[in-house]
Design a binder for this molecule. Structure first.
Ligand code: MG
Length: 249
């Protein structure tokens, strides 16, 4: 199933199931009874929003060999926290702060937690993962390198585009990701190349923090990245999930 969150033509914010180009409204939220109400809208007539409302965003650094350059592979998932105020809707505009000089894209697979998760084993992870979506972990590389914390390097407003849909039956083991800037492919990777896979990440994170339904974990970015410029269009595509498209201002 493909779930979206959207503002409909009445201006109401709701969740729905995406079937081709039709969104079918559901009641009960993403993690409740999820019953279709019968109301349907054309996809083109609604405004897609971030597909869930996380209480926290975790993200993994250095999770593909192709992104490590000459660094050693980490022994455990290298986790950092991004404030939820950084979330940006699909089609929303990434805003580069005036004094930022080196803002990069990072296309990523994002897992969405489906139930309260604390101290689970990797073998239990599957029943705790609701689904997967696309994310772009926008990163100011100079601040990432020079600040003690990554609160602004990774956490400025609009630095966490998320969406467009959550796919519940996504087979990440055979999935792949591409990032395009102005139509040119600038990143590609296969999720089989992840150093720590989604069950390992969720299990490790749950040893230290309780995760709640709707919390999201960005799983890391492959390959090398480069600076974005105002006016760029950046797309993160995961076949089977969709395309997360954002402009840069
Ligand atoms: Mg990242």
């Amino acid at each position: 199933m493909k779930y979206v969150r959207y503002r409909d033509s009445r201006g109401e914010i709701t969740y729905g199931v995406l079937e081709e180009d039709t969104v079918c409204e559901i009641s009960g939220g993403l993690f409740g009874a999820r019953e279709e109400t019968g109301r349907k809208d054309d996809l083109g007539s609604v405004e897609l929003l971030c597909p869930c409302e996380p209480s926290k965003i975790l993200a993994i650094g250095w999770n593909y060999r192709s992104h490590l350059s000459d660094r050693p592979a980490p022994e455990n998932p290298e986790i950092f926290v991004v404030p939820v105020s950084a979330l940006l809707e699909p089609e929303g505009t990434i805003r580069i702060p005036d004094d930022a000089e080196n803002v990069h894209f990072e296309g990523e697979l994002v897992m969405v937690v489906g139930k309260k998760t604390r101290e689970i084993q990797p073998s239990e992870a599957e029943e705790h993962i609701f689904g997967f979506t696309c994310g772009n972990d926008i990163s100011e590389r100079n601040w990432q390198k020079n600040d003690l914390q990554w609160w602004r390097a990774k956490g400025c407003d609009t630095f966490a585009p998320l969406g467009p849909a959550i796919v519940t039956d996504f087979n990440w083991k055979e999935g792949q990701i591409r990032t395009r800037v102005n139509g040119e492919t600038v990143q590609s990777g296969r999720f089989a190349e992840l150093l720590f896979d989604p069950p390992a990440i969720l299990s490790y994170a749950s040893r230290y923090v309780t995760l709640y339904p709707g919390d999201v974990i960005f799983t890391g970015t492959p390959g090398v990245t480069r600076p974005l410029q105002p006016g760029d269009s950046v797309e993160v595509e995961i076949p089977g999930i969709g395309v997360l498209r954002n402009r840069v201002a």
